[in-house]
Design a protein around this ligand. Structure first.
Ligand code: NI
Length: 137
C-alpha cells in the first residue's frame, strides 16, 4: 500500500517561563505579554503532539514505531525542558522568548534529525487548553 498515514504521539511536560523583551519596561512587557510577563515566572502544563506522516513500512506496517517516537521525545525534549525554567535553565531559550511558537520550532529542530528523511514531521504544542500552535504552519 502506498497511502500516506499520519501517526500521532501525545506527550506532556511542565515548565516555567517568562515572556519579555529586555529593552522594555515592566509595564510595556505586561501590556504586550499579559500574565506571561510576570517577572517572577510562572508554569504551564504543556501538551505536545508529535505527528509523523509517511507510507507504512511493507513489513512492519508502521510509519514509525510509537515507542521509538516516545523515546526520541524523552531524550530530545523532556530531558531538556520538563520541570525546568525555560528562560534560566535551557540554552535554547537563553536569548529566545519562550512563546509557544518558538518552543514548537525549537522542538521541531531537536526532533527532526532523529526522524527518517522520507517522513514528514509536524509539531502541535498546547500552552493551555485554548491556546496552541502548529509548526510547520
Ligand atoms: Ni506563560
Amino acid at each position: 500500500m502506498e497511502q500516506k498515514v499520519a501517526v500521532f504521539r501525545k506527550e506532556h511536560f511542565n515548565a516555567a517561563h517568562r515572556l519579555f523583551h529586555a529593552a522594555w519596561s515592566d509595564e510595556k512587557n505586561k501590556q504586550v505579554f499579559g500574565a506571561c510577563a510576570n517577572p517572577n515566572y510562572h508554569g504551564h502544563n504543556y501538551e505536545l503532539v508529535v505527528q509523523v506522516n509517511g507510507i507504512p513500512d511493507p513489513i512492519t506496517g508502521f510509519v514509525i514505531n510509537t515507542k521509538t517516537l516516545s523515546e526520541i521525545v524523552d531524550q530530545e525534549v523532556k530531558s531538556k525542558f520538563d520541570h525546568k525554567n525555560l528562560n534560566l535553565d535551557t540554552q535554547e531559550f537563553k536569548d529566545l522568548n519562550p512563546t509557544a511558537e518558538n518552543i514548537a520550532i525549537v522542538i521541531y529542530n531537536l526532533i527532526r534529525p532523529r526522524i527518517s528523511n522520507h517522513l514528514d514531521l509536524k509539531i502541535r504544542l498546547y500552552e493551555t487548553e485554548r491556546n496552541f500552535v502548529d509548526y510547520p504552519a
